[in-house]
Structure formats: C-alpha cells, structure tokens
Design a protein around this ligand. Structure first.
Ligand code: ADP
Ligand code: MG
Length: 326
C-alpha cells in the first residue's frame, strides 16, 4: 500500500487518514506488507492524496521488500549492502577539448562574448530572488536558481574555451552546452540550445556585421521556438523573444547598425515581458495554476529581457569599432 500526499497535504493528515484506512483493510482480512505513507509523488501545491493498493504474488513480494537506494526513494540499507560508492560524478573528467580552428578576429570577438555573458551573470545573480518569487506565483519557484546555475556554468565554460583558443562560435556553443547541462528546468534547456545555435550561426571566422548578427539572432529564436513550440500569447519567454528578434532583424537590415538595433530590440523585449502580466499561461509548468499567474509577468520573459539588455553593449561594441575603422 502507498498512501501518498500530493503536495499540500500535511504528514499529520496522512497519518490520520492511514489510521482509518489500515484497520478497514485488516478487518477485511488483508495482510499489509511494508506499507508506505508519505510524499512520494507530488504535483506542485495540489491538495489531497492518492491511495495505491497492489496485491503481491510470489514474484512481487521479494521485490517490494528488497532494500532500495535511489535519489527519490530509499528503503533499507541497499547502498551499504551493494558497496555502491556515494560520490558525485566528476563531469569534466579532466579531458582536454579541441576547439574548431578560429581566426584572430573571431578570437578577439570571443572576448566580447565572454564579457557579455559575465554581465548577464551579474544581472541574474542580482535578480535571482525576484525571478524565483515570480516563478513561485504559479510555477515551482526555481527560475532564479536555475538561471544562476546556468549562467555560472556558461561563464566558466566560455572562459575555458577562450583560454583554449576558441573563436566566438565555439565559445558560445560551449557556454550553451554547459548551461543546458547544469541549469535544470525548461528554461535551461531552451537557453542552452539557443546559445549554441547563436554560436553555430556566428562561426569562428569573422567579427559579425549587420547581416551575420541578424542571422544569429534568428537562429537563436528559431531554435527556441522549434524546441519549445510556444507561440506569442502563451505567456513564456517567447513573448519577449519574438519582439526582440523581430525588431532587431528589421532594424538591422534597415539601418545597418547592430548596436542601435539591439538597443531598440531590448526595449521591445522589456515592454513585451512586462505586458505578459495580463496573460494566462498556455505552456509550461505555470499552466495548471493559470489563474494565479494573472497579474505577474512571466519569469522566463522577464529574465530574457534582462539578459539581452545587458549583453547588447558588449556584443555590438565591436561592430561599431570595426565600422569606424573601415
Ligand atoms: P521550469 O518551468 O522547468 O521550472 P524555469 O522555472 O527555469 O523552468 O523556467 C520557467 C520559464 O520557462 C517560464 O517562465 C517560461 O518563460 C519558459 N517556458 C516554459 N515552457 C516553455 C516553452 N514551451 N517554450 C518557451 N518557454 C517556455
Ligand atoms: Mg520553474
């Protein structure tokens, strides 16, 4: 038997219920074998319980009563019996990574990409509590923590790649992979994949001009909408991303000035993120608690606008210098 609390039902209440259920089953002639009472499978702040009853046979009984040792479920002393070493895996493994060949131009631009990521890191650390609180209104409250874990890993990977002689594309791809690996959560996967797409589009040869910037922003945006399948109005980061990408590509092709276009696009993203407050979420973890979410802006859209706002001056400063020189 498993008497499982769904999230907001207290242990005391579970035990009160158990004292009603167990005697009824015993009175009906059943033997209760190692029953479980606790929060084993929860769903945000859903109230109530699930009660699972399984009839054991000769095959199932020894399995059910065996020791188990997993992060989510423990019974008995399995780890000591099997001699499993309780150490964290070493993800890096000390291997040296070979980066694609890069020109001196691209390696110089890579330094601006690292500076851009560092400024995002500063902004996200500052906003961690705010983003967490926003996500806690209708989600699981981990957006601030997740973004900080992601950007910390991305910055470390980017610096390491730059020190290893990588160009801008490889630096951003390495940052994206580390972000996706360490952040956890929906937003981590999307940011990681988006950054990798941005890097792949830039490549490791040139300092991007207006056309290359436009293509990279489009690649970032396409990768995120391709993976997440969210549309405008679903109340996700896409509500800030599409206005950013649309404004940037339009302005950069009309005016040929990435710095100006980025500033305008970041403004568009910021007001679009604020405007998500009035929406009901149609995608992601906030959807089941949609009513609670109305009145609070989407955390993913908010963090995206913040990041793009602070990264822009670093990414586009080089272009201005290059334009001034040429
Ligand atoms: P999780 O939802 O897994 O806890 P986070 O809390 O880090 O991850 O991120 C939540 C944000 O992810 C939401 O505010 C929303 O902007 C974004 N999001 C969720 N689902 C999608 C999706 N399908 N496409 C784009 N963005 C999404
Ligand atoms: Mg969350």
């Amino acid at each position: 038997m498993i008497l499982n609390g769904l999230g907001s039902t207290k242990h005391e209440e579970l035990f009160v219920l158990w004292l009603t259920v167990a005697p009824l089953l015993r009175a009906a002639g059943y033997t209760l074998v190692m029953p479980e009472v606790g929060e084993l499978v929860t769903s945000l702040d859903m109230s109530g319980v699930s009660l699972t009853i399984t009839w054991l046979d000769d095959e199932l009984e020894p399995l059910w009563t065996s020791p188990a040792e997993t992060p989510a479920y423990r019974r008995g002393t399995a780890a000591m019996q099997s001699g499993v070493a309780l150490v964290e895996e070493d993800f890096d493994g000390g291997a040296t990574v070979a980066y694609q060949e890069a020109t001196a131009d691209s390696r110089a631009f890579a330094a601006d990409c690292v500076a851009a990521l560092e400024s995002a890191r500063e902004a996200l650390h500052e906003a961690e509590a705010l983003l967490g609180d926003m996500d806690a209104v209708a989600g699981d409250g981990d957006h601030g923590r997740g973004m900080v874990r992601g950007i910390d890993a991305a910055c470390a990977a980017a610096s390491e790649a730059m020190a290893g002689g990588a160009g801008a594309g490889a630096v951003l791809s390495a940052a994206g992979d580390a972000w996706a690996d360490r952040a956890g959560g929906t937003s981590g996967v999307l940011w990681g994949a988006g950054l990798r797409a941005f890097g792949e589009s830039l490549g490791n040869d040139q300092v991007p001009g207006p056309a290359e910037f436009g293509a990279a922003v489009t690649a970032f945006s396409d990768r995120i909408t391709g993976l997440g399948k969210a549309e405008i109005g679903d109340k996700t980061m896409v509500d800030a991303l599409l206005p950013f990408a649309g404004t940037f590509t339009r302005m950069v092709s009309e005016r040929g000035n990435p710095s100006l276009a980025w500033t305008e696009a970041a403004r568009a993203a910021t007001s679009a993120a604020e405007a998500t407050a009035s929406l009901r979420p149609l995608k992601g973890r906030a959807r089941p608690l949609a009513d609670k979410s109305v009145g609070t802006a989407d955390p993913g859209a908010t963090s995206l606008a913040m990041i793009f706002t602070v990264m822009g001056p670093h990414l586009t400063a080089v272009h201005q210098t290059a334009a001034a020189v040429s």
